[in-house]
Design a protein around this ligand. Structure first.
Ligand SMILES: NC(=O)c1ccc[n+]([C@@H]2O[C@H](COP(=O)([O-])OP(=O)(O)OC[C@H]3O[C@@H](n4cnc5c(N)ncnc54)[C@H](O)[C@@H]3O)[C@@H](O)[C@H]2O)c1
Length: 341
C-alpha cells in the first residue's frame, strides 16, 4: 500500500507543487490547509492535473482537536509541514501572529504526531536563518542570525526539531532551507498567487510585465555585487518540490535526520532577473533605482553540494525556465481567480 503523507499548507505555492510531485511519485496524500493564503480553486486544479480526487482537511494547524481527529482517522506515515506565515515585513508588524502560527502551530503538530506514533517530518526552513551570512556561497554550518520575527520563527522551529530528535531517536527529521523559490508548474495550472502586493521579486516583476503594477523599484544599486543590485539564488519550484520527495524518501527509508540547503548554488542579480523576464514575456519592465531597503542582504547564494551528497538532489531548471513558466502562469486562465474567504 502507498505510504500516506500529510501535507500541511498543501494548498499554498510550494505545497501545491509538492502535492503533484508526491502523487506522481506514488504516495497517497492528504492536504491540511486553512486557506488563509490560498485559493480554494487550487483543489480543483490539482484534481485536473493529477486526474485524482484530492483529500483536503480544511483546518488550522493550531487546532489540536481537529488535527487529533485527522490522525485517528488516517494512519499517516510522515508529514511535510509547509503551513506558516511567511511575509517578513508583516512579521515585523505582527510578531505574535508569526510566533503563534509558525512556532505554536509546529509544537501542536508535533504533539499530535507523537501521540499518534507518526514521527517523520520534513520541515520548511529558509535561507533567512543565516541573516547576513559571513560566507557566500553559504554552507549549512553558518551560524543562525535572526533579522526579523519571521526568521526567528524558522530558527526556533529548527531548534525545537533538533532538540526533539536529540531527546527521542524515534524521530526522523528533514530540515530543508530553501533559497528563493520561483516559477510555476509546467502545466501552467498552479503557480504563485500572492493575495496582495507581492513580497518576492519574481511575482512583483510578473505584475509589472502584465501591466498591473507600474514599475519595479530596485532597492539599491551600490551593493558590492557585479551590477550593484542584490543577488539571490533562485530555485525553480518544481526542483524544490522534487527535493521534498527525496527528503521524504530518505526519512521513510533508512536515513536518519538531515539538514540541507535547497538552492542552485548560482546567484542572479535583480537586473539579471529583470532581463530574463523581459526575454520570457517580451514585455517592457520599467524599473527605478531607489534607496537600499533596511535589513536587505547583498548576496544570498546556497552552498548546494550537501543536498546532492545526502539526498542526491541537484537542480535541473534554469532562470529562463523559471521566468517562462511564471509568465505562462500569469497570462493563463487561473492566476487571476478571485480569492475566496
Ligand atoms: N516562498 C518562499 O519564498 C519561501 C522561502 C523559504 C521558506 N518558505 C517556507 O515554505 C513554506 C511554504 O511557503 P509558500 O511560499 O508555499 O507559502 P504559502 O503562503 O503559499 O503557503 C502556505 C500555506 O499554509 C497555509 N496556512 C497558513 N497558516 C495556516 C494555519 N494556521 N493552518 C493551516 N494552514 C495554514 C496557507 O493558507 C497556505 O496555503 C512556509 O513555511 C514558508 O515559510 C517559503
Amino acid at each position: 500500500m502507498a505510504e500516506h503523507i500529510l501535507l500541511t499548507g498543501g494548498a499554498g505555492y510550494i505545497g501545491s507543487h509538492t502535492y503533484v510531485a508526491l502523487i506522481e511519485a506514488g504516495y497517497e496524500v492528504t492536504i491540511l490547509d486553512n486557506f488563509q493564503n490560498a485559493n480554494r480553486s487550487v483543489v480543483e486544479r490539482l484534481e485536473a492535473l493529477t486526474g485524482k480526487p484530492v483529500n483536503v482537511a480544511e483546518a488550522d494547524v493550531r487546532d489540536a482537536t481537529t488535527l487529533g481527529g485527522l490522525f485517528s482517522e488516517h494512519q499517516f506515515d510522515a508529514v511535510v509541514h509547509f503551513a506558516a506565515l511567511k511575509a517578513v515585513s508583516e512579521s515585523v508588524d505582527r510578531p505574535l501572529d508569526y510566533f503563534d502560527v509558525n512556532i505554536s502551530g509546529l509544537i501542536n503538530l508535533l504533539r499530535v504526531m507523537d501521540a499518534a506514533g507518526c514521527r517523520k517530518i520534513v520541515f520548511s526552513s529558509s535561507a533567512t536563518v543565516y541573516g547576513v551570512p559571513d560566507e557566500t556561497p553559504t554552507p549549512e554550518t553558518a551560524e543562525f542570525r535572526a533579522m526579523n520575527p519571521y526568521g526567528q520563527t524558522k530558527i526556533s522551529g529548527e531548534q525545537i526539531l533538533g532538540q526533539l530528535a536529540a531527546a527521542d531517536d524515534r524521530w526522523n527529521i528533514g530540515i530543508l532551507r530553501y533559497f528563493n523559490p520561483a516559477g510555476a508548474h509546467s502545466s501552467h495550472m498552479i503557480g504563485e498567487d500572492p493575495r496582495d502586493i507581492p513580497n518576492n521579486l519574481m511575482p512583483y516583476i510578473a505584475k509589472v510585465a502584465a501591466g498591473e503594477l507600474d514599475e519595479l523599484q530596485v532597492f539599491g544599486d551600490d551593493y558590492d555585487t557585479p551590477d550593484g543590485t542584490g543577488v539571490r539564488d533562485y530555485i525553480h519550484v518544481e526542483d524544490l518540490a522534487r527535493g521534498h520527495v527525496l527528503s521524504l524518501a530518505a526519512l521513510l527509508g533508512d536515513s536518519k535526520n538531515h539538514l540541507v540547503n535547497l538552492g542552485t548554488g548560482i546567484g542572479n542579480s535583480v537586473m539579471e532577473v529583470v532581463a530574463a523576464y523581459k526575454r520570457a514575456s517580451n514585455r517592457d519592465i520599467p524599473s527605478r533605482i531607489v534607496e537600499r531597503r533596511a535589513g536587505d542582504v547583498p548576496i544570498y547564494v546556497a552552498k548546494a553540494d550537501k543536498a546532492e551528497e545526502v539526498l542526491g538532489f541537484r537542480t535541473e531548471k534554469s532562470l529562463d525556465e523559471m521566468c517562462a513558466s511564471s509568465w505562462a502562469w500569469i497570462v493563463g486562465p487561473h492566476s487571476q481567480e478571485e480569492p475566496e474567504q
